[in-house]
Structures are given as structure tokens and as C-alpha cells.
Design a protein around this ligand. Structure first.
Ligand code: HEM
Ligand code: NAG
Ligand code: NAG
Ligand code: NAG
Ligand code: NAG
Ligand code: NAG
Ligand code: NAG
Length: 335
């Protein structure tokens, strides 16, 4: 009797140990972020509202801050994860060593000032509580909500911690350049565990904001790229005359139709060949990506819903949590 019972106990014991061990291995090895919606409910209940107010005001002042913040979030998450490493300045005595100095970011990234302002406002209420990485994720949501058509005020899981490292050499091998073809783009997103669908969905962010002319000059001169609509190409040539570049590099809006609206117009532009980058036009060259472009072109709410989901997924990339990293006092420098 007691022998049978001890066998049962022995059988149960290793089983529970196994479950526990598996859980520990899973928790440690899993790249799944342990972020939570309402992470600051008790420690800084007004955080998300304060940030939204700052973002709204910044967009009212200069609508370019909206696309700026969305792109800043993408460029943060693809390099070392969503750890606000893109916000760090060079330390005194070094120049060009941090992510923001990469040619992919400098001078085109914008929105740094908005994050700095949001941080100061939040810091006044709740000292050293809200990470810059979370502020950036909230701000990208707020910008998408304010300038989006049909994009709701989606929940943003939070609890990210700020990284202490920013390395300029890690930017170009993680962020896809605008001359990539569809299979290169799919691979670049796959390296971040994002699907081809995620890539197509997130590319819809090119429905607002701008590009510098130097980036697209090779698609306009000496002749128009074969995948570009001719009248759109002529329009771009007028806006981006040859031999521009340098500090006076002009800019042109990414979406010529609804320039200040984050909506599914981008997909109609792709179908029409009225998009600036190879990375946009190339979405028509694969069955799967082309099918999704067509679907989104015809259904604004479907895209808007999927975009919000994909932004949350992007925000999970390689995050620091728990006691990793730190909560920066100033977003542009480590403590
Ligand atoms: C699929 C690969 C992508 C490529 C190759 C790419 C490339 C680019 C380039 C070259 C620019 C113009 C920068 C300039 O010269 O000013 C740009 C702008 C922009 N990108 Fe992307 N991008 C990609 C995906 C994304 C994603 C996933 C997002 C966000 C979810 C995004 C959001 C934006 C926004 C909002 C702008 C306008 C920025 C502004 O107006 O300041 N892009 N992108
Ligand atoms: C924070 O509050 C919201 C709304 O009451 C709730 O949905 C969420 O689960 C809470 N999150 C945490 C981490 O307490
Ligand atoms: C920056 O990244 C490059 C490429 O991964 C690496 O070789 C280099 O050691 C890094 N520099 C620092 C200071 O960590
Ligand atoms: C995409 O670019 C890669 C690298 O240049 C090339 O090997 C591949 O054939 C290209 N794919 C297509 C479909 O053009
Ligand atoms: C992608 O998933 C694999 C397997 O789960 C994991 O090892 C890797 O760290 C993940 N990469 C990223 C960037 O999340
Ligand atoms: C692409 O679509 C065409 C037409 O629908 C189909 O015949 C072909 O098998 C598809 N190719 C792939 C790789 O799915
Ligand atoms: C658009 O997508 C939604 C799902 O988000 C679906 O309910 C709706 O029927 C679709 N509309 C059309 C016209 O296909």
C-alpha cells in the first residue's frame, strides 16, 4: 500500500519537476516578450495620456513628427530590439559611433525632440519609472492613431527597459535598404521573426511622410525605373531635380494622394506604380505579397486592423525586461 503510494509520489514528483524545468527553459530561452498592457497602471497611471498629449501637440505643430515617430520606432526595433538604442547620442569624445549617425538614420530620422519632451513630462510625474523604449512604442501608436484613418487607439504592451549600447555598425546589416527586392525584404523581416505578411502590412507606413531625393535619384536618372508609372516619374523628376543631394537634399512625400494620412492608399499607389522605392514596387513581383497588396488596396479597415497588430508584434522584438538594461533619465544618454 505505502509502496504503491510512494511510486505515485515518485512519479508525480519528477513530472512536476519536468514541467517546472520546461517552464524555466521556456521562459529563459523564449524570445517572446513578457510585456503587459497597462504596465504602468499602478506606478505611473497617467503615463500613456501624458505621452499622447505631447505627441498630439507635436503633430499639430509639425505633421512630419507623425511619420517621423513611426519610422523611429521601426528603426529602433530592427537594431538591437526595441530598447531605445536609436535615441542615444555619441558620448563626448567620439563621433559617428551610435545608430543615429548611420546613413540610414542621419539626417532622415526625425521625432527625437518629441520623445525628449514626452520623457521630461513623464519624468516630472514619475521619476525613473517609464522607459524611453516604452515611450517610443506609445508615441508610435499615438502618431498612428492621430494621423491614421481607421487605426484605433490600440493597446501597447509595455515593460521594456532601455539598452546601454548603441553601435553604428549594427544598422546597415539589420535595416533593409530601399533598393531591396521582394525576396531580400522577406529575408530581412524573417531575420526578425516577422513574416512576409507582416512586411507587406508594415510597409503601409509609407502612406505618409517623405523621402529625401538622394535616396531615389537612381530611379529617376538617367531614365525612369521600369516599374514606375511614367507620369508619376515625371512628377518626381520635377520635385527631385538631378544632381541634388548633400545638405540641401530636397524631400518629396511618399504618398502623393493622401500625403498626411496613414491609410491604405499606399497599396493603391503600389498597384498603380506610383511609389518611390524599389522596396515598394517590388511587392507586386511575388504572388503572396502581390495578393496581400491587392487585398489591402480594396479594404481599408482590414489593413488598419492588421497594421495595429503588426506594430504590436514589431514592438516585441528582442526587448529587455525585468532587471535587464535600465530606465534612462534622459532618452539621449545612458544613466
Ligand atoms: C520594407 C522595408 C522598408 C524600407 C526599405 C524602407 C525605407 C525607407 C526609406 C528609404 C525612407 C525615406 C527616408 C528619407 O530619405 O527621408 C523611408 C521613410 C519612411 N518609412 Fe520606411 N522602409 C521600410 C519599412 C518601413 C516600416 C516597416 C515602417 C514602419 C512601420 C516604415 C516607416 C516609414 C515612414 C513613416 C517613413 C517616412 C519618415 C518621415 O517622413 O520622416 N518603413 N522608409
Ligand atoms: C491595467 O488596467 C487595464 C484597465 O483596467 C487592464 O486591462 C490591464 O490588464 C491592467 N494591466 C495591468 C498590468 O495591471
Ligand atoms: C559594433 O558592432 C560591430 C559589428 O557587429 C562589432 O564588430 C563591434 O565590435 C561593435 N563595437 C562595439 C564597441 O561593441
Ligand atoms: C533579389 O536580389 C538577390 C540579390 O541581389 C538576387 O539574388 C535575386 O535573384 C533577386 N530576386 C529577384 C526575384 O529578382
Ligand atoms: C526568432 O525566433 C527564434 C526561435 O524561436 C529565436 O531563437 C530568435 O532569437 C528570434 N529572433 C528574434 C529577433 O526575435
Ligand atoms: C502564383 O500564381 C499563379 C497564378 O495564380 C500560380 O499559377 C502559381 O502556381 C503561383 N506560384 C506560386 C509560387 O505560388
Ligand atoms: C474588409 O475586411 C473586414 C475585416 O477586417 C471584413 O469584415 C469586411 O467584410 C471586408 N470588406 C470587404 C468589402 O471585403
Amino acid at each position: 500500500m505505502s509502496g504503491a503510494r510512494s511510486v505515485v509520489v515518485l512519479r508525480q514528483f519528477p513530472a512536476s519537476v519536468l514541467v517546472l524545468a520546461a517552464w524555466i527553459v521556456f521562459s529563459v530561452a523564449s524570445s517572446e516578450a513578457q510585456l503587459e498592457v497597462g504596465f504602468y497602471n499602478s506606478t505611473c497611471p497617467r503615463a500613456e495620456k501624458l505621452i499622447r498629449t505631447v505627441v498630439r501637440a507635436a503633430i499639430r505643430r509639425d505633421p512630419g513628427n507623425g511619420p517621423g515617430l513611426v519610422r523611429l520606432f521601426f528603426h529602433d526595433c530592427f537594431v538591437r530590439g526595441c530598447d531605445a538604442s536609436v535615441l542615444l547620442d555619441d558620448v563626448p569624445g567620439s563621433t559617428g559611433t551610435v545608430e543615429k549617425m548611420s546613413q540610414a538614420n542621419n539626417p532622415s530620422l526625425r521625432g527625437f525632440g518629441v520623445i525628449g519632451r514626452a520623457k521630461r513630462v513623464v519624468e516630472r510625474r514619475c521619476r525613473r519609472t517609464v522607459s524611453c523604449a516604452d515611450i517610443l512604442a506609445f508615441a508610435a501608436r499615438d502618431a498612428s492613431f492621430v494621423m491614421g484613418s481607421g487605426i484605433g487607439y490600440y493597446d501597447v504592451p509595455a515593460g521594456r527597459r532601455d539598452g546601454r549600447v548603441s553601435n553604428v555598425s549594427e544598422v546597415l546589416n539589420n535595416l533593409p535598404p530601399s533598393f531591396f527586392n521582394a525576396s531580400q525584404l522577406v529575408a530581412s523581416f524573417a531575420a526578425k521573426n516577422l513574416t512576409a505578411d507582416d512586411m507587406v502590412t508594415l510597409s503601409g507606413a509609407h502612406s505618409f511622410g517623405r523621402t529625401h531625393c538622394a535616396t531615389i535619384a537612381f530611379r529617376l536618372f538617367p531614365r525612369l525605373a521600369a516599374d514606375m508609372d511614367v507620369s508619376y516619374g515625371r512628377f518626381l523628376r520635377r520635385r527631385c531635380p538631378a544632381a541634388t543631394g548633400g545638405r540641401r537634399d530636397p524631400v518629396v512625400e511618399l504618398d502623393p494622394v493622401t500625403t498626411l494620412l496613414l491609410d491604405n492608399q499606399y497599396y493603391n499607389n503600389v498597384v498603380a506604380g506610383k511609389v518611390p522605392f524599389t522596396s515598394d514596387a517590388t511587392l507586386l513581383t511575388r504572388n503572396d505579397t502581390a495578393a496581400l497588396v491587392g487585398l489591402y488596396a480594396g479594404n481599408r479597415t482590414l489593413w488598419a486592423t492588421r497594421f495595429a497588430d503588426a506594430m504590436v508584434k514589431l514592438g516585441n522584438l528582442d526587448v529587455l525586461t525585468g532587471d535587464q538594461g535600465e530606465i534612462r533619465k534622459f532618452c539621449n544618454r545612458v544613466n
